[in-house]
Each structure stands twice: as structure tokens, then as C-alpha cells.
Design a protein around this ligand. Structure first.
Ligand SMILES: Cc1cc2nc3c(=O)[nH]c(=O)nc-3n(C[C@H](O)[C@H](O)[C@H](O)COP(=O)(O)OP(=O)(O)OC[C@H]3O[C@@H](n4cnc5c(N)ncnc54)[C@H](O)[C@@H]3O)c2cc1C
Length: 343
């Protein structure tokens, strides 16, 4: 029987967590380095929303059919293993922004329509939507990894990785067949192997609020989202900024969020918490998945604002690539940048 691959994974945000889970399912030997106290974790700030529809024209998101079929089996199976409820399918309503927009959309209804849409007089209900409690999921997976893998809660020091050849590595006196980096936007700043990839990090802020005014039965999506999380609490978000990548909340984002609250018709609400993260987005809006040509050093990153729906699908692809050399979707494979990897 071939021996199980020994894998060193750096980062346990949402992406690293889901990949780690899939690697263990595939009987790989896993070691994780993660350092949330030194490098903050974008996933903790995430709304956790999944939604197969995007944009003004209510288009299906990229690979919607494949991704959304999978997440409705993936997260429930993860819940069973972890014994935690983190997956919350919930209807999502997109009200027409105004009469002009309503007329514009209704005139084009026959061209726009697809099975995820349910049209009404006031707006459109979207099917296969909901949210994942990302912070709870990561916490539960951290406990699982402590039982099933080797975990080091400390920063990975890139200079200390020793490469013997293309598929033999040593780090802190342990030997590995593969090294996979999943450090979120921090990769762009620190990772000598991948920082030259075309990242486009986007800082995001959202607020947790308490309100008696909004419905707790469904998510509203109107130039932002209002997401009920129970006990009259809601996540309201999110902002985008491409300038400052600190974890400090900004005055402008707060103003932006308060305007969004107004747009959702909220007059009285209590701000419970402000959450800040930096999305590991990419210039071509596709993730970064795969290995440096000819070398077992890889990346699982670039999930932008859609980690919840993208990560399960591409974790499975990466594991298939490791175990059976199955080709990675060329749109996400880092081989699309092969000119950047001099061999
Ligand atoms: C405000 C906001 C709202 C969002 N809403 C949604 C949403 O509704 N739906 C959705 O799908 N996505 C959403 N996202 C995006 C989502 O957060 C990301 O797609 C996803 O969480 C990225 O996960 P990641 O694991 O790649 O990165 P991260 O979560 O940043 O995790 C990286 C991990 O690597 C660790 N690390 C980094 N460098 C090192 C090192 N050298 N050594 C050791 N450890 C290291 C960090 O400590 C961290 O734990 C949102 C993001 C923000 C900011």
C-alpha cells in the first residue's frame, strides 16, 4: 500500500480549516502551523453568507451549480463529524432598489431568469442561500485538528523551510512530502514563494447589531446584507476598502455601515460589535490553487469574498490532485501564472 502523504499546512482560517479537514478525510498525515494572535484571521470577521446570485442583473455566480450542490452536502457532513450546528440555510430577499430598477429587470425577466430566482412584485427571492457560522466552525475544527493532526500555534518562519528536492522538505526537524500555504492576505506581504501572485486584498468591516425592527426569518440583500443570527441579533455588512490593511475599525466604514442600516429601514438599533478583516481577493477574481510547477510547494488561497462557497469545492480538487494527479481547474490553478515561476 502506498504511504500516506505527509503534509505541512500553514494557516487555519476558513480555507486552511476546510482543506485540513479534507486532507485528513483522505488519510494524509497533517501538521498545521497557525498564528492568529500575530496574523489576524479574516474568516472571523466574515458574514458567512452563501448566495448563488450576484450583481445588478441577478446573474448566477461562477460555477454556481457545482458549488451550491456541494455545499448542501459538505457542511452538513462536517456538522455530523464535529457535533456542531454551523450551517444555516435561510431564504434571501432582494428588494427592487426603486421603480426604475424594477421596470428594467421585469422588462428583461425572460433573459435573466434561471432556477435560483423567484420573482414577486416587491423583489426577487433567491434559492439555495443561507449562512455558515464561520468563527464557530473554525473553533470546532481547531479542536478536531488537536485530536487528529499535529498543531503548532505559532508563526511559520519561511526562511527555516529546508528544501532537499522537489518533494522532500524539512521544517523544525520534521520531514514532509508537501507544503501548502493558506495564510489569507498575509501571503501577499510575507510569503516568498507566492507574494508575487496578483492578489488584490480588500479590507472589510461589518457590524453586529441588536434590533427589534428587522425580520429574523430571512436575509435581505440590498447594497449590502442584513443577516439574522438569532436572539434579535443581526450581521450588517459589509464595506470594501483597498487601502489600509490594518485590523483597526475605521470611521468611514462605520458611517458607511450606518447608511446601510438606514437603507434597510432600521431606525433604532444597538451596535454590539464591529468586525474587521482583510479578504484575500485576487485581481482576476479567481482563487489561487495548486503547486509550483515541478515542486510540492502549493497554495490554497485567494477566495476573496466567497470563501464559504468556494473553499469546499477546491479543497476537494487539491486533494484529488495530490492523491491522483487530477488536473486542477485551469481557471484557479496557479499554472495560469506559469510565467511568474521561473524554473
Ligand atoms: C467583513 C468581511 C465579510 C465577509 N463576508 C463573507 C461572506 O459573507 N461570505 C463569504 O463566503 N466570505 C466572506 N468574507 C470573506 C472570507 O472571510 C474569506 O473568503 C475567507 O475567510 C478567507 O479565509 P482564509 O483562510 O483564506 O484567510 P484567513 O481567514 O485570513 O486565515 C489565514 C490564517 O493564516 C494564519 N497565518 C497567516 N500567516 C501565517 C504564518 N506565517 N504562520 C502561521 N499562521 C499564519 C492567520 O493567523 C490566519 O489564521 C468576508 C470577509 C470580510 C473581511
Amino acid at each position: 500500500m502506498p504511504k500516506s502523504p505527509k503534509i505541512l499546512l500553514i494557516g487555519q482560517g476558513l480555507a486552511g480549516s476546510i482543506l485540513g479537514f479534507e486532507l485528513l478525510n483522505a488519510n494524509c498525515e497533517l501538521t498545521i502551523y497557525n498564528s492568529p494572535t500575530i496574523f489576524f484571521t479574516s474568516s472571523i470577521a466574515a458574514g458567512g453568507l452563501f448566495n448563488p446570485v450576484t450583481g445588478r442583473k441577478l446573474e448566477k455566480t461562477w460555477l454556481a451549480d457545482e458549488l451550491f450542490e456541494l455545499i448542501f452536502s459538505f457542511y452538513p457532513s462536517l456538522e455530523k463529524v464535529l457535533g456542531k450546528n454551523v450551517f444555516h440555510p435561510m431564504p434571501l430577499f432582494r428588494p427592487f432598489a426603486n421603480d426604475e430598477m424594477k421596470d428594467w429587470l421585469l422588462e428583461r425577466k425572460s433573459q435573466i431568469d434561471h432556477p435560483y430566482l423567484d420573482w414577486t412584485e416587491e423583489g426577487v427571492w433567491i434559492k439555495k442561500t443561507g449562512w455558515v457560522e464561520v468563527d464557530k466552525l473554525i473553533e470546532a475544527l481547531a479542536v478536531y485538528f488537536y485530536q487528529q493532526a499535529k498543531v503548532f500555534e505559532k508563526p511559520f518562519v519561511y526562511e527555516n523551510l529546508i528544501e532537499f528536492d522537489a518533494n522532500q522538505f524539512e521544517y523544525e526537524s520534521e520531514f514532509y512530502d508537501y507544503v501548502i500555504f493558506s495564510e489569507g492576505f498575509h501571503a501577499q506581504q510575507n510569503n516568498p514563494y507566492f507574494k508575487h501572485l496578483c492578489f488584490l486584498p480588500a479590507k472589510g468591516e461589518l457590524m453586529k447589531i441588536k434590533s427589534n425592527e428587522a425580520s429574523e426569518d430571512y436575509i435581505v440583500n440590498k447594497n449590502g446584507f442584513l443577516l439574522p443570527i438569532g436572539d434579535k441579533m443581526f450581521k450588517l455588512g459589509a464595506t470594501y476598502s483597498w487601502k489600509d490593511f490594518s485590523q483597526v475599525p475605521s470611521e468611514t466604514a462605520l458611517e458607511d455601515l450606518q447608511k446601510k442600516a438606514e437603507l434597510f429601514g432600521l431606525k433604532e438599533y444597538q451596535i454590539v460589535e464591529l468586525l474587521v478583516g482583510v479578504r484575500p481577493a485576487t485581481q482576476d477574481r479567481r482563487p489561487f490553487v495548486g503547486f509550483i510547477p515541478g515542486k510540492n510547494i502549493g497554495i490554497f488561497n485567494g477566495f476573496g469574498s466567497k470563501g464559504v462557497s468556494l473553499a469546499p469545492y477546491f479543497a476537494k480538487e487539491l486533494v484529488e490532485n495530490i492523491l491522483h494527479q487530477k488536473e486542477i481547474n485551469p481557471e484557479v490553478s496557479i499554472h495560469r501564472f506559469s510565467h511568474l515561476f521561473s524554473v
